[in-house]
Design a protein around this ligand. Sequence first.
Ligand code: ADP
Ligand code: MG
Length: 340
Amino acid sequence: MRDIIKRMSAVIILSAIAMLGGCAAAQDTSVSGSVYAMDTVMTITINAPSDGEALLRGAESTIRRLDDMWSATKENSEISTLNTLGNAEVSTETAELISFALDTGADTNGALDITLYPLLRAWGFTTGEYTVPDKALVEALLSARGAPEINGTNVTLPVGTQLDLGAVAKGYAGDILCEELRAAGVTSALLDLGGNIHAIGGRADGSAWRLGLKHPRGEGNIAVIELNDRAAVTSGDYERFFTDESGRRYCHILDPKTGFPADSSLCSVTVIGERGALCDALSTALFVMGAQQAEEYWRKNGGFDMILITADCDMLVTEGIAQDVRPVDGFTGGLIILDR
Ligand code: ADP
Ligand code: MG
């Protein structure tokens, strides 16, 4: 897809969460640009001083640099090289991302698992040529995998093991971008990295950013979220999926215990917190776990808020974010606030 960097007065994108409305109070100082990277459209809006365009170009080049390192499908990325050779020297950022993902995998009892690349390929999720693989193949690919080893910036993968960082890369990329923008003096920006939202401060007039959370089973939004200075990351079964002749849905998030698409009765999980990498990792992991285990994980660990939407379109919202989440008019599901 052709890359676009241009000024826009409003941002309309199809992603799990999207910014609502423009920046009415300071439209003239806001710059916005979109770029296609990490398999998605990324849009950055900066309430900028005079150097807004330069900041956008800097952000774009950071996104491209990270995509070129972390993509499992680009031929010469660090991850592709590692997957082909089984051992490689990687950059510090890549080593950090892999270790973070492995730690979170252990912490979530294996619900987050970055060694699923052979399975994702067998299902066609890496190319879009979807197919339901043989159960025997799924089991063989699952059991062929071993644990990656990291020694400083040297990574070794056991035979049969290949990495896919799709569940964490955008979140970590968002953290790196926010750090760069903050270091450049930006105090108000919204990064929409394909439904991974990172807010720096609030809007130019000081009010919170207003985001629409997409309805997982219908048109438009299911809720509006107000967000200030935090990340909000959604994983769902409604953006990348296919159905078979019987109408059964197969989504792109796999349950590492079975090698089949997660079937946990959740259709959307949004995690809100300070670090995008953690929000991204947890949105995937909690989606795999399902509502009950996700709630238990939140009670035990805390440090983040979440919005779970069940297959019946009930909404479970943790108390820390409850005041900032409003179901849209016409929402007919149940709204459950989880408090401690
Ligand atoms: P998205 O990338 O659509 O925002 P996620 O952050 O939930 O959604 O990441 C899903 C991607 O992560 C999949 O496309 C796949 O590449 C990879 N993946 C699928 N299942 C898992 C899993 N259980 N653990 C880690 N990565 C996964
Ligand atoms: Mg994720």
